[in-house]
Design a protein around this ligand. Structure first.
Ligand code: HEM
Length: 502
């Protein structure tokens, strides 16, 4: 009896072990090098699921350990995934053979998150094209000038806020992510919806757009779980059914957009915001947009634009606080452009701030806000590396683009650990490999909000630098360490600086 029981248990373990490991020869059989450290059932995911490391760092390690290969395989639990290491292969996946890799891995269940599922990031085919077309329409040069009018109003509120804080004291200590989130959430409220976001109003902070953003994206247990389930283990979410967007936030956007659109369709008054542009486009296309779709576009404007932009802006300001000589040089540019345009923020003036562009690029190179991109193979395709490796990639295989690793590889960047905006000077930038620098992605899915993001960040930086200087506070924990499980780069303990009037 005991022998039978023991044999049954051993048999069950053997079957389980086989089930959990049978796929682990997948890369070996195809002649593709495989990363070290496989565990049954978990594959290579232990550091990522135990939150010992961020997902971009996890991919960077694989990138650095296998730098001499054009690609390397690993197992996301039991599923084979491929990291492309050579920029030429990144180009193949993101651009040249987009039709074979045209979807993102991120999986949102339309029944759980109906609005978020309509975000272009989560769409494919015709729906993706239509949603992207509308965002792209809103961010053409002509319309960006319209949106800039709202950004300018926010700049005045931002400046008044800092002036008030610095009225009675010479220096203030602030956490940059918090400060920049106020700015970008106020921009989204104004340029997106034409309403006051109450982000600089202490009395109304519970009603603020910043609070809405925090509820969706701030790194906490809920967002870490959402990140795991949507990026790393989407099949598990078929059972757990965790929403990416909390119910009250979904309701907030539905109510807000329904009220504003009704008002706009009735009064037809021109306004300087995204919703107005959508009603204009409606007229041009001669069809009334479905309210659900319109709300989803408005939510895209908020979710995709607010947290990414505030993260980039805060990291740039951190670099300026650390590199005083670069701060000084940038301020000189800002001052001379303001002088040329009578102290006004203008579209042309922001365009002329080219050293600011260099600083922005370098800051995004050294700490990319989005440190990896994941694409899914949609059609069998043969990837050929320059080292002779050939991989016939099968549909549903996940392809990881190790943005962090590429941005810090000495093969593409001299002294990559040094913050040097001159890498992006007009003379030097010609020699940059486009596919080794991916702050906004590349190819047909490149970030459609890039120009809007840069416009608002540049305006915010210009306003800050013309009147105030920044220095690093000892409260910032150095070296910076990113919070594992956060969706975007989020330094532990925050980025603390001291700000004072010039
Ligand atoms: C500095 C701020 C921003 C950064 C760093 C950023 C970065 C990115 C990246 C890396 C991607 C993925 C590209 C790819 O898959 O190849 C992306 C996609 C996207 N971004 Fe941004 N983004 C920013 C701001 C914005 C803004 C302001 C908006 C809109 C208001 C926006 C809307 C989107 C959308 C809709 C997608 C999905 C595009 C698609 O899949 O077709 N982003 N962004």
């Amino acid at each position: 009896m005991t022998i039978v029981l023991v044999s049954l248990i051993l048999g069950a373990f053997a079957i389980l072990y086989y089930y959990l490991t049978h796929n682990y020869k997948y890369w070996q059989k195809r002649g593709i090098p495989c990363a070290d450290g496989i565990l049954p059932g978990i594959g290579h995911m232990l550091p990522a699921i135990t939150l010992r490391t961020t997902f971009p760092e996890f991919l960077s390690k694989m990138y650095n350990d296998n730098k001499n290969c054009s690609m390397v395989g690993f197992y996301s639990f039991t599923k084979p995934s491929l990291v492309v290491i050579e920029p030429q292969l990144v180009k193949t996946v993101l651009q040249a053979n987009f039709s074979s890799f045209n979807r993102n891995v991120f999986q949102v269940d339309p029944d759980l998150d109906p609005l978020f599922a309509l975000n272009p990031f989560n769409l494919i085919g015709e729906k993706w094209q239509a949603a992207r077309k509308r965002l792209t329409y809103a961010f053409s040069s002509m319309r960006l000038k319209i949106l800039l009018e709202s950004v300018k109003t926010v700049c005045v509120v931002f400046e008044n806020y800092l002036d008030n804080k610095l009225k009675e004291t010479r220096k203030i200590e602030v956490e940059l992510k918090d400060l920049c989130s106020k700015f970008t959430a106020q921009v989204v409220a104004g340029a997106g919806f034409g309403v006051d976001g109450y982000c600089f109003n202490e009395e109304k902070k519970d009603l603020s757009f910043q609070k809405v953003g925090t509820a969706i994206l701030q790194p906490n247990l809920r967002t870490k779980i959402v990140m795991m389930l949507t990026f790393i283990a989407p099949s598990l979410n078929k059972i757990l059914r965790v929403k990416a967007i909390p119910k009250h936030i979904d309701n907030f956007f539905r109510t807000l957009v329904a009220e504003l659109i009704e008002q706009r369709r009735k009064d037809g008054k021109p306004r300087n915001d995204f919703l107005h542009l959508m009603t204009e486009l409606e007229k041009q296309e001669g069809t009334k947009f479905d309210l659900e779709v319109l709300t989803a576009h408005a939510m895209s404007f908020f979710i995709d634009g607010y947290e990414t932009s505030s993260t980039v802006m805060s990291l740039v300001l951190y670099q300026l606080a650390v590199h005083q000589e670069i701060q000084k040089k940038l301020r000189e540019e800002v001052m001379s452009v303001f002088e040329k345009y009578n102290g006004e923020i203008t579209y042309e003036g922001l365009k002329e701030m080219t050293y600011m562009d260099q600083v922005l690029c370098e800051s995004q190179r050294i700490i990319p806000t989005v440190g990896f991109q994941s694409k899914m193979c949609t059609e069998e395709f043969e990837l050929k590396g320059s080292d002779g490796l050939v991989c016939r990639v099968q549909p549903t295989t996940e392809i990881q683009i190790p943005v962090d690793g590429l941005h810090r590889d000495p093969k593409y960047w001299n002294n990559p650990e040094i913050f040097d905006p001159d890498r992006f000077s007009p003379e030097n930038k010609q020699s940059i490999d486009r596919f080794a620098f991916l702050p906004f992605g590349e190819g047909p899915r490149i970030c459609p909000g890039m120009r809007m993001a840069l416009l608002q960040i540049k305006a915010g930086l210009a306003v800050l630098l013309r009147k105030y200087s920044l220095e690093l506070s000892p409260k910032t924990k150095l070296p910076l360490k990113m919070i594992p499980g956060a969706i975007l780069a989020s330094p532990e303990g925050g980025l603390w600086v001291k700000i004072q009037q010039l």
